[in-house]
Design a binder for this molecule. Structure first.
Ligand SMILES: *[C@@H]1O[C@H](CO)[C@@H](O)[C@H](O)[C@H]1NC(C)=O
Ligand SMILES: *[C@@H]1O[C@H](CO)[C@@H](O)[C@H](O)[C@H]1NC(C)=O
Ligand SMILES: *[C@@H]1O[C@H](CO)[C@@H](O)[C@H](O)[C@H]1NC(C)=O
Ligand SMILES: *[C@@H]1O[C@H](CO)[C@@H](O)[C@H](O)[C@H]1NC(C)=O
Ligand SMILES: *[C@@H]1O[C@H](CO)[C@@H](O)[C@H](O)[C@H]1NC(C)=O
Length: 355
């Protein structure tokens, strides 16, 4: 990132924060769907091995406690939530995980989080790990809308949901935790598999639109070939990003862009933004020093052979003491420091959603 785009990102954030603090509400609520990139604790309430509710997860979070977030600290969505909810509405918390005890009463009115680690565009992906598919997340969203109706009436509810920003993050688990390791899916080429995911994406957006959502942001696939776990599993002993996997992500991302454009053309009043996280994350990985990082291959926690099974836990050996210089916290997930950089990019790309 050059100086000028850094400055631009900074100014964008400043504008958002000031607008947030002093002007009329930008958006009434922030509602989150997707996978471990955005899960704020839903999997804590599920019977699944895919959890992050134990140390050292959360050690750098506000509370210094594990919350279920797959990170040492805040997620990208936590950083983006700040200007929208915490600052401007005067609440001090992030949209709560829908299955957590915090998701009740007034908290519901500013948004909730349905994301569940190991979820994906394909319902079959979370089925393998017993986590919440997007279909289930949408069922919960319907239930949630009814709860809001009973609190503020249907007119106010429509206003909340048409004004709310909806964020979706999915696709990584479909590839890494399903397609690449599941012989049953190898009948499809990566390209055919992408088409299946994209059809599911399109259906999801149309369903969300039918339920009143008008502002939706979706993240594209990160450079999945550079995730430390992917390098361990598919890198054939090298310590380099796996080009084949990154190429699959690029093809998927192209389809995501064109399908999103089609959806915007077809659905009147829909604001739909594809957030490009592929490029900023790849930049951090390839030129870590430009953003103040020194390590972009090895994860801070649970790296090495173990990361394919138990990821990272209190018994993991060699966990770094200071994750600030690491792009990756564990084998699959960026560190809080990297999430903060990504959030700056997202806010910059997200103006269309609030205009
Ligand atoms: C989730 O787990 C918490 C703590 O165990 C419990 O209090 C809560 O009722 C659970 N929520 C749901 C929706 O199951
Ligand atoms: C619904 O919105 C109106 C005006 O926007 C407000 O006066 C009213 O208090 C709201 N109703 C509830 C139940 O919050
Ligand atoms: C809801 O909005 C409609 C159309 O604007 C209006 O006719 C109706 O009276 C409103 N209902 C309530 C309960 O405010
Ligand atoms: C998709 O669109 C975004 C925003 O217009 C752009 O930044 C990105 O490069 C595009 N990505 C692909 C893979 O075409
Ligand atoms: C953690 O590392 C960063 C740079 O990587 C450094 O700026 C910071 O001071 C370190 N924090 C502690 C507590 O050592």
């Amino acid at each position: 990132m050059g100086i000028s785009s850094e400055l631009l990102a900074f100014l964008s954030i400043l504008v958002l924060v000031f607008a947030a603090a002093w002007a009329d509400p930008l958006v009434p609520a922030l509602i989150i769907f997707g996978d471990s990139v955005a899960d704020a604790g839903n999997n804590n309430n599920l019977t699944t091995p895919i959890k992050a509710n134990f140390p050292p997860y959360g050690r750098d979070f506000v509370t210094h406690r594990p919350t279920g977030r797959f990170c040492n600290g805040k997620l990208t969505t936590d950083f983006t939530a700040l200007p929208f909810t915490a600052e401007y509405l005067g609440f001090t918390s992030y949209p709560p995980a829908y299955l957590s005890p915090e998701a009740e009463g007034q908290n519901l009115l500013t948004g909730v989080n349905f994301a569940s680690a190991a979820s994906g565009y394909l319902d079959y992906t979370p089925f393998l790990y017993n986590t919440l598919s997007l279909t289930w997340q949408l069922n919960y969203y319907r239930q949630y809308q009814n709860e809001v109706v009973s609190m503020v009436g249907s007119n106010n509810t429509s206003a909340i949901f048409s004004g709310a920003i909806h964020l979706l993050s999915a696709g990584t688990s479909d590839f890494i935790q399903n397609y690449y390791i599941n012989p049953l899916l190898r009948i499809y080429s990566p390209d055919q598999f992408s088409n299946i995911l994209i059809r599911s994406y399109s259906t999801f957006i149309q369903n969300l639109y039918a339920l009143g959502a008008r502002r939706i942001g979706v993240t594209n696939l990160p450079p999945i070939g550079c995730l430390p776990a992917a390098i361990t599993m598919f890198g054939s002993g090298t310590n380099e990003c796996v080009p084949r996997l990154n190429q699959d992500a690029i093809y998927f991302n192209n389809k995501l862009n064109s399908t999103s454009q089609d959806l915007k053309n077809r659905l009147p009043g829909l604001k739909l933004v594809v957030f490009n996280i592929f490029q900023p994350l790849l930049d951090m990985i390839m030129n870590p020093g430009d953003n103040g990082f020194f390590e972009s291959r090895r994860a801070c926690c649970g790296t090495g052979i173990l990361e394919t099974s138990v990821l990272c836990n209190s018994r993991s050996v060699g966990t770094c003491t200071n994750a600030t210089g690491y792009v990756f916290w564990d084998g699959f997930h960026p560190s809080e420091a990297a999430n903060e950089v990504l959030a700056g990019d997202l806010l910059q790309q997200g103006f269309d959603l609030i205009s």
